[in-house]
Write a protein that binds this ligand. Structure first.
Ligand code: HEC
Length: 267
């Protein structure tokens, strides 16, 4: 009897292991999309980043952390709230106001107690859950991943994230089982995930008056996450451009020198 039990458990285990593998093959190709930062001269669009931050803050932040990111990053050059008047983001009033909206656990104080205080620009974004177990318990066993590097961490990058956010309206194929607390989304490897559909029409009220359609919010929040994953892209591109110009000038100089040096040699 014991042996039979063991065999059954082993078979169930093998099935569980095989199932995501089988289904993973069917993940739908992310939809192609145009982004402002593509190409050698592409830059982030600041209005887009601001709207994307608003979506992150009002919708995604209740489940997803933005580890490694500090409030002050929002006000750095290329970031959503960069203002040339405040080259030091710690002085940027928008950044200070955003930080002050958060309560940060600090300490220990002189009595050894932890205490809460208003956020400051140098603080990191606090995580929505105290630890992974709490995050899993609140989300049907799946931990919502940290979003600060997600655009770099997933094959398909920004296109995948956007398609995933908009990909909940597909009929569930017959061979896919969706258990309670799970949702079907053909873009997700395996097709079934624990994140409920997020982007409903008019979910946020954009500060700049843009209409908050699901497509608009998916585009904006993905742009924000792309910036979060590579905040120094603009600096990198402009450095690359300067290096190219420098090399071009050096090339011309070397060529002129070459002509000069060989001009007196008769062939
Ligand atoms: C109610 C909680 C909740 C909210 C709100 C939420 N998510 Fe999620 N999200 C999850 C969970 C749970 C997972 C893990 C799903 C899994 O692995 O089954 C997840 C996974 C993800 C993933 C990773 C998918 C992958 O390939 O592994 C991305 C990207 C994501 N969420 C983006 C967002 C964005 C953007 C928002 C805001 C618009 C958002 N989420 C809001 C719970 C949430």
């Amino acid at each position: 009897m014991k042996l039979l039990n063991r065999l059954l458990v082993a078979a169930a285990g093998a099935l569980a292991l095989a199932a995501p593998g089988l289904a993973a093959e069917k993940a739908k190709e992310p939809e192609a999309h145009t982004w402002s930062w593509e190409g050698p001269f592409g830059q982030y669009d600041q209005a887009e980043l601001q709207r994307g931050f608003q979506v992150y803050q009002q919708v995604c932040a209740s489940c997803h952390a933005l580890e490694y990111m500090s409030f002050r990053n929002l006000g750095e050059e290329g970031g959503p709230f960069f203002d040339p008047e405040y080259p030091n983001p710690n002085d940027n009033p928008v950044v200070r106001a955003i930080a002050a909206d958060y309560m940060i656990v600090d300490g220990p104080d002189e009595f050894g107690e932890m205490f809460e205080r208003e956020g400051r620009p140098a603080d990191r974004f606090p995580s929505p859950f105290p630890n992974e177990n709490a995050a899993a318990a609140a989300n049907g066993g799946a931990v919502p991943p940290n979003l600060s590097l997600i655009v770099k961490a997933r094959t398909g990058g920004a296109e995948y994230i956007r398609s995933l956010m908009l990909g909940y309206d597909y009929p569930v194929p017959e061979d896919v089982t969706v258990r309670p607390g799970q949702y079907y989304n053909p873009y997700f490897p395996g097709g079934v995930l624990a994140m409920p559909p997020q982007l409903m029409e008019g979910l946020v009220e954009y500060a700049d008056g843009t209409e908050a359609t699901p497509e608009q919010m998916a585009h904006d929040v993905t742009a924000f996450l792309a910036w979060a994953a590579e905040p120094h892209m603009e600096a990198r591109k402009s450095l690359g451009f300067m290096v190219m110009i420098y090399l071009l000038i050096v090339c011309v100089l070397v060529w002129l020198a070459y002509r000069q040096v060989w001009s007196r040699v008769h062939h």
